[in-house]
Design a protein around this ligand. Sequence first.
Ligand SMILES: [Zn+2]
Length: 127
Amino acid sequence: MHEVDMTRYLLQTLEDWREQHPVQPHVGTVHLLVGEFTCVEPSQLRLSFVAAVEDTWLAGTRLSIVPVPLVGECLVCGSSYRPDPACGYASPCCGHPLEIIISGRELKIQRIDYIRPCSPVPSNPCS
Ligand SMILES: [Zn+2]
């Protein structure tokens, strides 16, 4: 199942990210860019993520899925267009088949909202 693999990849990325922090950050929301052309079903991905992070340091983390539309560029007429599966993804102006995908294949973390646990406040030497 595609979404399970994606979740595994996502957790690994978050794990790597955590290792860059001396103190474990408290993650609120992970914003994910998901291209229309990745065949990832957002609701499935969310379910898979929630199940995978249960009882881990990411338990309770929200997954915000930001859809990215599929946009192609025609090599023949140079136009950017939204490929339509009903038309075989071909260029609407000249019918040339889709060759260049500008966007829609993304599957990446856009940003992570988190709270850095406070380090002990240094005592004021003047007080
Ligand atoms: Zn064209």
